[in-house]
Design a protein around this ligand. Sequence first.
Ligand code: AMP
Length: 180
Amino acid sequence: MNKITLDEISQQTKAVIRDIPDFPKKGIIFKDIMPLLANHDVFSKTIKFMADHYRGRGITKVIGIEARGFILAAPIAIELQAGMIPVRKKGKLPYKTISKTYDLEYGQDTLEIHEDAVKPGEKVLIVDDVLATGGTIKAVCELVEKLNAKVESIAMLIELDFLKGREKISGHDLFSLIKY
Ligand code: AMP
């Protein structure tokens, strides 16, 4: 069987992502990945494609960002024979953490990682579902770098091109499966 192309997997994945207008607030078109997760055929191909993109690059840890990032990061980590590390909202992780507070459109948010989650020099892949303004990913890159590990790449299921999140993390390698 021929290998699936980026265009093919992108189209198949797009077909099972649902737009929810005005969620969680007016003016936002929420990209709902639940129909993708419920579709074994497309979900497994999506995970495989994203993992294949990174094979052989020496990644030892895959970080998933709460909460939908967890769902994508865990199977990608297993495919890459790497460990999976959750980055969580403030107050959720049980052991000693380091944290980063960053600005949202309105207000601020804080993300945390266990201080022993990644070792100095480790090659890390960061995974999330949607790249919007890029504030979240930038904060996670800073957490990884504070622990002296290397952000080998960032893998996003969806990139909202028009929000230019990519510019906020321009020093990093970034792969997105789908663009809008
Ligand atoms: P940002 O920091 O602006 O790049 O926002 C990224 C975070 O917000 C990700 O964890 C996404 O899950 C979530 N997010 C932002 N915009 C959307 C959207 N239109 N649909 C679904 N999730 C979104």
